[in-house]
Design a protein around this ligand. Structure first.
Ligand SMILES: Cc1ncc(COP(=O)(O)O)c(C=O)c1O
Length: 366
């Protein structure tokens, strides 16, 4: 199907950057610099500066970023990590793969962790808190950071969807012991395939992560055990360095579209995400998610009219995912899963496409 409004348009993004990207592609290919070379280092420095953290470690996906961070901070079998069910499946599978147990708290209206529920879930098995900054919006980090201090619990941020997002003027990925980023094609800063990164202010943890991502070796005489092959490819890093220069402009465009949607859709009987503000929250709209009690019908209508939409957030508690988790009731989570619809938002969207989305939503509710 050729969409009038595709969900994203990476081909168009490539066209806009073609000259710069081809120069980099030729350079990297001619140099033959593919594994842990200068472009990876440059990308790590770029991202660390941008986030205001000491260290960034490039890895091969957001999923591995989470898994490696969980391992490197010393999470072991039977440890508990407090997190949310309303996210992509990766943070939960990373916890389970480590043999640890995810303990879920519900979400609030902005789709993020309801942090007021965290303290009562802390037990002597709790070893970390893992908030997910969903849809390009940070979790309410101030109370979480207080809990982290009070109970001496590290925070691992899943910032896969939130590169550039801010909370109280600080960027996602700079609040916890480790921040985990995805550079997957669907993300605001993306490479040509899979990629990820971990941010931290802890130099020792960074060194450990660099060893773990590259087969695991000795570090300062201490054996770290078995490692992985989870490096960010140098060619991907070169692509990322080109796109990095445009990241703020991409975010600005996403926020502008969100502003138009918020204004134009405000009279419809749907729940809109919070409008772009510059105060406590600076959201980047990796996704623009509306809530409707006519989820299925609306999706069908929009798709039939050439608009590519998705329900992005899956129910990780579903037994079909083979996660072996007990079913628990998280009322807000259940409600939002049955209501959410992600509509197109991306920097390359044309004015007529934004209008097409708005007009069709209005038509559906007429
Ligand atoms: C919230 C969240 N966490 C983790 C990931 C995993 O990232 P990746 O696809 O790069 O492995 C994603 C990616 O979609 C995500 O949205």
């Amino acid at each position: 199907m050729i969409w009038k409004v595709p969900y994203i348009n990476l081909g168009k993004q490539f066209k806009n950057l073609e000259k710069e990207l081809i120069v980099e592609f030729k350079r990297v290919m001619s140099e033959g610099s593919f594994i842990l070379r200068q472009d990876v280092k440059r990308f790590e420095e770029n991202l660390a500066n941008y986030l205001g953290v000491r260290e960034v470690i490039g890895v091969n996906s957001g999923t591995d970023a989470l898994y490696l961070a969980i391992e490197a901070i010393g999470i072991n079998k039977k440890d508990e990590i407090i997190t949310v069910a309303h996210s992509f499946v990766a943070p939960i599978s990373a916890i389970i793969r480590r043999g640890a147990k995810p303990i879920f708290v519900d979400i609030q209206n902005d789709f993020n962790m309801d942090v007021s529920q965290v303290e009562k879930k802390i037990t002597n098995k709790t070893k970390a808190i893992l908030p997910v900054h969903l849809n390009g919006r940070c979790c309410d980090m101030a109370p979480l950071n207080e809990l982290s201090k009070k109970y001496n619990l590290p925070i691992i941020e899943d910032a896969a969807q939130a590169i550039g997002a801010k909370y109280n003027k600080k960027r996602a990925g700079s609040f916890g012991l480790a921040g985990c980023f995805s550079l997957h094609p669907m993300k605001t800063l993306s490479c040509a395939g899979d990629g990820g990164a971990i941010s931290t202010n802890d130099v020792y943890l960074a060194e450990k992560l660099r060893v773990l991502r590259d087969h695991g070796q000795k570090i300062k005489g201490e054996f770290l055990g078995v490692g992985y092959n989870s490096r960010l490819d140098n060619l991907q890093a070169a692509i990322l360095n080109v796109k990095f220069k445009h990241l703020d402009e991409y975010i600005k465009k996403r926020r502008k579209i969100a502003e138009i949607y918020n204004e134009e859709l405000s009279s419809l009987p749907i729940i809109l995400p919070p409008a772009p503000s510059k105060e406590k929250y600076f959201d980047t709209y990796t996704s623009y998610v509306i809530r409707t009690d006519k989820q299925e019908k609306l999706i069908k209508f929009l798709r039939e009219n050439g608009i590519e939409v998705f329900v992005h957030v899956i129910k990780p508690l579903d037994k079909h995912q083979g996660l072996g988790l007990e079913q628990i009731v998280l009322p807000k989570n259940e409600l939002i899963c049955s209501q959410n619809v992600s509509i197109p938002i991306y920097p390359e969207m044309e004015k007529r496409q934004i209008k097409e989305v708005i007009d069709n939503l209005k038509k559906f509710y007429k």
